[in-house]
Design a protein around this ligand. Structure first.
Ligand SMILES: [Zn+2]
Ligand SMILES: [Zn+2]
Length: 204
């Protein structure tokens, strides 16, 4: 008798390999070759973890972002269930940076240094929280995945809507981010930073 398999442990159906870093038509993709080998053995080692899965969903959402200073997105999940997504963009009905250019402001920090920010957009974290609110979905006790450590404004919203954990792909430069981290700490929100080096971009 054929042994039954646990689809919970291995839900990827045959013929739809996970092709991270390659496409189905890319026959030379080392990863696809690996998937082919895995298909024969039935042992899938490249299955993403839940964190990798949510970070990949976040990368997909980021493609919708409309400010090229940082095409950031955000995902909120609880108990491995996706609750909400958001990406950086102008508020509903307002023009996008990609169409009319950035709306730059210079911030003078307490230590005398200056930093430049585009303020045309609503941030990904705020948009993900707004999407949950609009649809009546509680994010209490959830984890928020984001690309940068949240700014002061977003951190306040994260703390107040009951999110208990933030996973940031990068540490962000600037005082607002430091203040954001402080707000999360004060609220008892766990902060995990995967990469301490902030990415650089023009007119920082
Ligand atoms: Zn912009
Ligand atoms: Zn923000």
């Amino acid at each position: 008798m054929k042994k039954r398999t646990d689809n919970t442990k291995n839900p990827r159906p045959t013929g739809t390999p996970f092709t991270k870093g390659g496409t189905a038509s890319d026959k030379n993709s080392p990863l696809l070759k690996g998937v082919d080998a895995e298909r024969q053995t039935g042992v899938f080692t490249c299955r993403p973890t839940w964190q990798e899965y949510f970070l990949e969903v976040m990368a997909a959402a980021a493609k919708r972002a409309t400010c090229d200073r940082g095409r950031f997105a955000c995902v909120i999940a609880r108990d491995n269930v996706l609750l909400s997504t958001g990406y950086i963009g102008a508020p509903k009905g307002s023009p996008h940076c990609d169409d009319v250019g950035h709306l730059m402001k210079t911030v003078v920090n307490e230590d005398g240094t200056q930093s430049r920010h585009c303020v045309r957009t609503t941030h990904a974290e705020a948009n993900a929280i707004c999407q949950a609110a609009k649809n009546g979905i509680s994010v209490d006790g959830a984890t928020l995945y984001c690309q940068m450590t949240p700014c002061r404004a977003c951190a306040g919203m994260i703390a107040n809507c009951g999110i208990i954990r933030v996973v940031a792909q990068h540490n962000y430069h600037g005082a607002s981010s430091a203040e954001g981290c402080e707000i999360l700490k004060n609220a008892g929100v766990e902060l995990v930073i995967l990469n301490d080096v902030p990415p650089s971009y023009k007119d920082q």
